[in-house]
Write a protein that binds this ligand. Structure first.
Ligand SMILES: [Zn+2]
Length: 363
């Protein structure tokens, strides 16, 4: 399987930080509340049960058993997880948690997978705004950073504009509108600043990606609680998708647009739009088969890619890939019972787990 969307994980065998696995980011001081609530989440219970089974211990002993396994031989331990998950290549967004470019080789060595990097545009935009840059300067900085990323061999780009000013991107904003939005939003937190500028930058960035022949991942659907879910509805992108840049670039709407699966499935019928399934196989693992079926009920399977969105801990890659495989097996059984041919199902499986990502990212 090619994991078409993931993040950096711990390179050192430190303690297993399951406490970092939460969508709740409301307050930095909320650790106690999160500790109380976390065990009542289904995803957390499932993860702990599976880790206990893998490590051969009781659920209450997962931390200690993992420390022993990781301490004995961290590299073999991590490689075992990725091998068991059947992962061979990772398409990684290194912006969170941030890593140094020279760490790439370490991830490949530990995971046994080839690594292919994305370039996320928001750190450049946010940084420039915080330094007091004008809209024209922000556009310049983003263009320069994208050119550099292309030079370094990135396989695609990513935007989290859904976490900023939302997916309702106006494709016709001008540089004047953008400059005004920078001035008028000066009092807001940086994440909510300069909507017109962010809209303008995204359209330009899609144009650059199209010229470079590289795909663009767009965060859609749920995420951490600082996202406004209504602003992450993929249908809000419909005007952008009709602009010249939005038509020219290959655009991957990620996370199955949870919970907007049918909306995403419909959009994936546009010639240049793709659908990634990730993240909900970590944080909403109980109905993965049904969600895959809802998506491919509408989307051609040639446009669907599978990923994990795993981060921080190598165990999450293993867990998310496993949940996805089981979901797919159940979905397969349903497809057979509906009368779809065995060959069609086999082809769809190969495409979604591997072939589509190979073609899209050129890896
Ligand atoms: Zn992600």
């Amino acid at each position: 399987m090619i994991d078409d969307h993931c993040h950096p994980f711990s390179l050192e065998p430190g303690p297993l930080h399951l406490d970092r696995l939460t969508l709740d980011v409301e307050d930095a001081e909320g650790a106690e509340r999160r500790d109380e609530v976390r065990p009542t989440s289904a995803f957390y219970e499932l993860l702990v049960q599976r880790l206990a089974a893998r490590l051969g211990c009781e659920p209450s002993e997962v931390g200690a058993a993992r420390a022993r396994a990781a301490g004995a031989d961290w590299r073999s331990y991590v490689r075992g997880l990725f091998a068991d998950a059947g992962l061979t290549a990772l398409v990684m967004d290194p912006a969170y948690p941030p890593i140094e470019p020279e760490k790439v080789a370490a991830f490949e060595d530990l995971s046994g997978c080839s690594l292919h990097l994305l370039h996320r545009i928001e750190p450049v935009i946010d940084g420039a705004l915080q330094r007091g840059a004008s809209a024209a300067e922000v556009v310049d900085e983003v263009e320069t950073s994208m050119a550099r990323a292309i030079g370094r061999g990135c396989v695609g780009f990513k935007t989290v504009i859904a976490y900023r000013t939302g997916l309702d991107v106006a494709p016709d904003v001008t540089l004047d509108d953008a400059e005004r939005s920078v001035r008028e939003s000066a009092g807001l937190p940086v994440r909510r600043r300069a909507k017109a500028l962010r809209d303008l930058v995204l359209r330009r960035a899609l144009g650059i990606a199209a010229d470079a022949g590289l795909p663009f991942q767009v965060h859609t659907g749920f995420g951490e609680t600082d996202i406004r879910l209504r602003e992450a509805d993929p249908l809000l992108l419909e005007e952008l998708l009709r602009s010249p840049e939005g038509t020219a670039a290959r655009i991957v709407l990620i996370h199955g647009s949870f919970p907007y699966h049918e909306e995403l499935g419909f959009l994936a019928n546009r010639p240049n739009v793709y659908a990634d399934i990730s993240l909900f196989n970590i944080f909403a693992p109980l109905n993965v088969a049904q969600r895959i079926l809802r998506l491919i009920d509408v989307a051609p399977t040639a446009k669907v890619l599978f990923g994990t969105d795993a981060f921080h801990e190598p165990e999450l890659f293993w867990f998310a890939a496993g949940v996805l495989r089981e979901g797919w097996q159940k979905a397969r059984a349903h497809l057979e019972s509906c009368g779809l041919g065995k060959m069609w199902i086999e082809d769809a499986e190969e495409a979604m787990f591997e072939g589509n990502a190979r073609r899209l990212y050129g890896i």
